[in-house]
Design a binder for this molecule. Structure first.
Ligand code: IMP
Ligand code: MG
Length: 179
């Protein structure tokens, strides 16, 4: 059972539901009358994205981008690879990048710079979790669910070595798993 590899629960299902509901309400209010396009940064944001889009009650489009910057360690390489690009034309769109966790910020800063060159009307960032202690790039979230300290967390889409994404809550991984 994947649960056995978890040291402690960090955000329960209920905590996550509360966070996502709040974010959905705020985004619906802020983007009223705009061309909201949610851009899910795969794979980590898959569950957050699925819940967030249902917590938004204004018209919106969605698209997906798959990037990788990690390998199998627990720190970002900063070496971002685009594995799947967006399909849609971004002219005039109000993009909201949906990410699982903002850590060093290298991934989102690379993605944002790349998308800015395609002339969207605006770009903002919505991350479920923010780990500001480890920030390296000059980037911050416009919307975030909650802050996390410098601990490695998994579940609700977040992985360690591609595993634990299916855990329905967010927990701290036992150190012995990755050390
Ligand atoms: P950044 O480029 O360092 O900001 O890394 C962002 C990506 O690293 C996220 O999208 C996650 O995939 C991954 N990441 C960072 N911290 C964690 C963590 O605590 N658990 C799982 N994945 C993480
Ligand atoms: Mg990841």
């Amino acid at each position: 059972m994947i649960e056995n590899d978890i040291e402690k629960v960090f955000f329960s299902k209920e905590d996550l539901n509360t966070m996502v509901t709040r974010l959905g309400k705020q985004i619906s209010k802020d983007y009223e009358g705009k061309n909201l396009t949610l851009v899910s940064i795969l794979k980590g944001s898959v569950i957050f994205m699925a819940d967030l889009m249902r917590a938004i009650d204004i018209p919106c489009e969605i698209d997906f981008m798959c990037v990788s910057s990690y390998g199998s360690g627990t720190t970002s390489s900063g070496n971002v690879k685009i594995i799947k690009d967006l399909d849609i034309d971004l002219h005039g769109k109000d993009l909201l990048l949906v990410e699982d966790i903002l850590d060093s910020g290298m991934t989102l800063s690379y993605v944002r710079n790349m998308l800015e060159q395609r002339h969207p009307a605006s770009i903002r960032i919505c991350t479920l979790l923010d780990k500001p202690e480890r920030r390296k790039a000059d980037i911050s979230a416009d919307y975030f669910g909650d802050l996390v300290p410098d601990e490695f967390v998994v579940g609700y889409g977040l992985d360690y070595d591609e595993k634990y994404r299916n855990l329905p809550y967010i927990g701290v991984l036992k150190r012995e798993i990755y050390e």
